[in-house]
Design a protein around this ligand. Sequence first.
Ligand code: ADP
Ligand code: MG
Length: 408
Amino acid sequence: MADYAFLTDSTIAEYVRAHPQLNTLIDADHLVAVDEIGDGNLNLVFLLRDAVGRGMCLKQALPYVRMTGEGWPMTPDRARHEVESIQTYYALGPELLPKIYSFDAERHIIAMEDLSDHEVWRAALNQGEQHEGAAEAMGRFVGGVAFGTSTFALDREALSEAIARTQNPQLCVITEDLVFTEPLVDAGRNSVLPANEPDAAQFAADAAMIRAMGQAKWMFMTHAEALIHGDLHTGSVMVRRSADDAPCDSVKAFDSEFAFYGPVGFDLGALFANYVIAAARAYALHEDERAKWCLQLVAQTWDSFEAEFRRRWPERRDPRVFGDAFLEDTMMRWRGEAWLFAAAKMSRRIIGAAKTTDIETLPPNLREGAARGVLQVSRALALEWQGNSLPEHLIGIATNLLEQTRTS
Ligand code: ADP
Ligand code: MG
């Protein structure tokens, strides 16, 4: 049993009252709404609202995986990883993160800005909404983190301390198993439609895929480049705009409990993979223009990532050896590695335990082709990640395969 108390609807007001820094932000004596809204797989998430309309979000880590219950223990210290990474990112660019109000290390509770005037980006994509500016914002976010938490910005002492503090083995193992291993080697958690069983079998037998996933997993486990988010899919991004045809006026990354020092390409690949998945849904629904828009997000994220990193480059700490040739080599390497990680991320969402609503809410006759298309894109990226990794090439590959494989 846990040695700390879980928040409930009836104890949450008392919790706020007992924390003066929270009680000044919301009136715990006049709460008009307390909702546990966690749609996630891991934690409790409460939204509070008081009589004058002020909101607050409280997120508590349980000592196990919420989705499966006590049978899958999981360190609640993941809340510390989440809050410390958000605070690190916030210092680099506050507009892209929720504001943190407090952290309770004993009960693993994060109090943060209420973002309920935003939408989760995946949900917006599933409804056919096109939020302009979100993909650029996330590219800028990853570029800022790639520079600002790395050896280019920190001295050796600070970098080593940061790497030590952010070791996150339990969460990393989840990724290593679910993202890199299990799409190829079923540990009893995989599932596909009967019609996609041959696709999953071909995928698991693909020698190029196995070779690529070995590279991806090894890079993930050994390349401590920057404090990556570690779970940067479209369900970890919130978007807001003032009207349907207005660009985003706010974009926020959240839910960074998987953060650790890892390869920069992993966060880029997560975004790319989820854009392809969103496009597969749009193609399945014969919304071809919107599908092309979803795929263009790959270029938007890459371009703004690159621009942000290059913008910061003149400030790097050691220009003697980290010269401009190194910059070009590194950009090329990250661009290819983003393909590799995208291949891993998109396949696990089709075959593995944690799927996406983009695909799962399609009727089975359409889901079959969408799932097949995503798996084929994954295999193509795994084959070509060391070749031409320009975003336009990825977009071309995905356009062809997703159009060819759709079913109806
Ligand atoms: P988990 O780690 O369990 O996956 P998330 O951090 O993804 O939890 O949160 C689950 C859901 O709660 C999100 O999808 C979003 O709808 C909502 N949520 C999370 N943080 C906030 C916030 N600060 N403001 C409003 N809603 C939030
Ligand atoms: Mg989470």
